[in-house]
Structures are given as structure tokens and as C-alpha cells.
Design a protein around this ligand. Sequence first.
Ligand code: TRP
Length: 360
Amino acid sequence: MKKIILTGDRPTGRLHVGHYAGSLRRRVQLQDSGEYDEIYIMIADAQALTDNFDNPEKVRQNIVEVALDYLSVGLDPNKSHLFIQSMVPELTEMTFYYNNLVTLSRLERNPTVKNELQLRGFQDSIPVGFLTYPISQTADITAFKATVVPVGEDQLPMLEQAREIVRKFNSTYDEVLVEPQVLLPDNKACLRLPGTDGKAKMSKSLGNCIYLADTPEDVKKKVMSMYTDPDHIKVEDPGKVEGNAVFTYLDAFSTQEHFEKYLPDYKNLDELKEHYMRGGLGDVKVKKFLNNVMQEVLEPIRERRHKWEADIPAVYEILKEGSRVAQAKAAETLAEMKAAMKINYFDDGALITEHVNKYR
Ligand code: TRP
């Protein structure tokens, strides 16, 4: 069986270091491993509209931002098909058929959707399109027969739903669809990187994100004002590393080489943490180190971004070509689905013969 990746993001803002640690970095590694036969990376504009239907301009503006972020982290259009969801209308047709395979109560149990409904104040008037986006997400995944879906932890319920729909479709009609495996980050700190304010989630509205496109000055400012341990007041005080955003970021991003280069007094992160917990290590020193780490991680990303920013028509051309390839693949899968569902009337010669005989 072919090894196929599909994943994507909603274009509702620029991507940040949480996206990078949680998924983008992994995608690039998988891409460059050469182990995958096909890779599809989708800008989920139609899904973004499920909770921004009244603000299409926001979605429209952010497509190019997300595409630039993709290219800047090293997703390579020669290896990965970057495409726009709404350019593949087959996905909505699949969704329509999947709607029959899912119950309302099953949708209402989805913990990520529940949480999002609450955040958006939708509880009392739930838009159908929003409640059912996990079904549309199943179409995104299955249209490409994806075997692996690298995503952040919040997407687990979507994958569970997708696997159920696949089983239901295959047992009801025929073995057409492939059950996808989820791939989560292996590093715990990367599962959900906190905001710079220590809050559990990075979010644009909270203003606690470090964006991939931030300038070096912005990154430094954000790092130097990051949330640490509120009880660590004097340098001599013992400090906590758990729930301390600076150390969580170091868990996610720092390497042995960073220590050798910027903080050679310490062998590794464990030693730095021990000193902090013992007392005698100030926040500023740790933050300066984190700033060096983040600058080193972000510099090549920023440079690549500037290169692509100078050629926006080429970025749109990449999306157009990726969408063409994605649409062709989705059309193939949809044709197989329709044959399995017996709604391929004009491709089914036997059907006409059957009816000729019926009325002979
Ligand atoms: N729901 C994902 C997000 O919020 C985006 C997405 C849409 C997606 N379709 C997908 C992710 C299919 C993985 C697979 O970012």
C-alpha cells in the first residue's frame, strides 16, 4: 500500500511557533525522509469559513500568509502538493455522502468541537456547517487515501471520527477508503506549546504568540517578557520549571548544539533546570539563552520567507498547480466511491442492459 500524507491548516492568521513545534517541523522531516509516495498539504479555507462565514476577507488574506509560512519552513512544492481546499469541489460532494453515515449525537460529543463552540459563543445557535466540520475533514483525509495525518493533539477527535466513517463506508458499500493513522509530536512540550503569557493555548486574540514571520526584535521582546515562575522573585529563590513557559519552549526547541554554542557552562537542559530549581539562576539569563535558540530556529525560516515574498505570483502558481493535482486525485477516489455506492449510472454498462431486459 502507498504511504500518503495529508494535513493542513485553517487560513485564519499567520502560523506561529506552536504550529511549528506541533506539526510543521514534523511535516518537513517526513517530506525529506523520502519515505512517502504522496504528500498533500491543504489550506483549509472552506473549513475556515465554517466559523468565519461572515468574514471571507480574513480567509482570503490569510491564504497567501499560510502558503508563505509553509514555503518558509521548508515545505517543498517539488515534493509536497500545496493546495487550497475549496479548489477541490469533490470534497464537498464526499461530505454530502458521509453526512448519511454520522449521527447528530456523535457530532455533539466531539470534545474539540464542543470546546470551540463555547469559545465562539455558538452554544445557543450552532451553525450546521460548524458542527459538521469533522465530517468535511474526513473527506479531506479520505479523498487522498491518506495513511498518515500529522497534526496537533487537538485534532485527535477528528481522526477518530474519520476512522469511524471510513469503517462505516467500507462495511456499508465496499472497501474503497483507507483508515488513516494520526501522527502526534513525540516531544511532550510540542503537543501544546503554551502562549508567551503561560496560558495553555497560543492564540492570536490573546496576543501571546511568536509568529514565524516575526522580526528578530519582536522575537526578542516577546521572549524577554515571557511568563516564568511567578514565585521566583530573587535570583537566589528556588524556581519551578513545570508550567514555566520559558522552560517548556526550551524543551521544545533547544538542542545540545545550542548549549555548546550559547551556554557552555551547562552540559544540557537537565543541568540548567536543576540549577534553576535549586536557586541561584536568574530568569534573564535563561531568557537570553532562549532568545538565542529561537533566533537560530527562526532565522532560516525568515530568510526563506523574504525570498518568497519577493515572488508572490510564484506562490499563487504553486497553489494553483497543487490544487490541480489534488483535484485529480480526489476525483479518482470519488469515482470509486460512487461506483461502490451504485450511483455511477452512466459508467455502468450492465445497468442499461439490465433495464433493457426488464422491459423486453
Ligand atoms: N482542523 C485543522 C485545523 O484546525 C485543519 C484541517 C482541515 C485538517 N482539514 C484537515 C488537518 C485534514 C488535518 C487533516 O488546523
